[in-house]
Design a binder for this molecule. Sequence first.
Ligand code: SAH
Length: 501
Amino acid sequence: MAAMDKQKKTQFQKDDIVTVTIEDISSDGDGIGKADGFTLFIKDAVMGDTVTAKLMKIKKGYGYAKLLDIVKPSPFRTAPRCELARKCGGCQIQELDYDRQLEFKEKKVHDVLVRLGGFPEEVVARASHPIVGMEDPYRFRNKQQLPVGEKDGKPVAGFYASHTHCIVPVSDCMVGAEENQRITATILDWMKRYEIPAYSEETGEGLVRHILIRSGVYSREIMVCLVVNGTQLPHEEELVEELAVLPDMTSISLNTNTAKTNVIMGKKVRTLWGKDTIEDSLHVSNVEYRGGKACFEEAHRQVTFQLSPLSFYQVNPKQAERLYSIVRYDAKLTGKEVVWDLYCGVGTIGCFLAADAKEVYGVEVIPDAIRDARKNAEENHINNVTFHVGKAEEVVPEYVEKRVKAENRRSRKGLVDVVVVDPPRKGCDEKCLQTILEVEPKRIVYVSCDPATMARDCKVLADGGYELASVQPVDQFSHSVHVETVVLMSRVSNEPRTDRA
Ligand code: SAH
């Protein structure tokens, strides 16, 4: 076997041209296929395509090849709506039919739970629900941050080409709002007319760095914030005059970022026109599973948010409210429960659950997010939620100790009924998981943006006495390889699990 592998490795050389049938998609969205048993990653090739490709890079056991020709197109291949689909780094799998994208994401979640989570196939299959896809996988983003630069002496705005800092000018991004085109064109025209220089990442000189556009999906309010390398804007009045007359314009502001950094926004915002914030809301729906599929009833409540240019907010609110409604369904609250909302961001999940819980306790590491979370709770008249700043793995164990002492408890068990975690891609800290296991909540709802770390963490929870009760993938970013998942882990016993493969 080793000898055979060796042979495969040396069989090809750079610049060789091969014919490959694409069988899978990589975590970067590349097509994956085999030439004589040698695995190749080919950008822009779609699952089911037979393509010719030129070998560009050969590594140990695999290589990268450049797509030359599609010999036989995949039945799942579809014409991308965006002419820049291949150039821009945003949408990696736009040429794959949307239903097939969804299938791929579902399989990805299933496979990691088996491979990394160690759950038997039948357990995963029993717990899994069909992915919640979007009705329309275009025009869903409520926020766009366009880098501004210069090309041939003219200002341009667009996106960075994948893995680079070269701007690909984009006039109409198909996953963004339609009105962004007019706003961007107005700003670029104004820059041209008054010779306002774009910022250069290389020299650190120039003025305009980014255009941020945010729109309220329900409120229809629009916010524009220009990120500039300075505090003053020449011809500010002229810009404001031209932007303010655009339909639904609600807030125009200036953000100062003078640091030589990749971070887009600086800390200071000055409103130039209109309101400081725009409003939007997320709607709470009851969920019913029919034939295993999540169905969302008409919303019966909403949580409203005031968004500044610096606020964190979900970029696909229609899918986010479905995701949160599933969290609420899995939490199975009756009004008596103590709930932890760990990695709570601006408190969205806590605010979603509060009306059905006795008490919610949110933890988040970013102080500004906690400030927003408190404001959000207050503005929505939610008073059974408290928010705490710090790392979940530090704050939660301290909190548990304090409560045990203060209440003179004999055990940590029963301090909390339901725990929701929504960690960043690296998943939960081991200490955080151990503390959750020690307090033995009835249910743990794991919200994930990275299936691999979720599977790893669910394995720890399963070893600690929880069973995989429900797996619900949700598509929040069509045309990308990302997938969100809500997993419900229910407490079974104190015994080590026996159902493992
Ligand atoms: N639940 C929120 C945000 C989830 S994103 C929502 O639905 O909108 C993950 C959040 O975890 C981020 O806000 C990030 O700042 C926070 N975070 C990252 N590491 C953390 C840690 N160790 N402890 C607590 N919060 C953390």
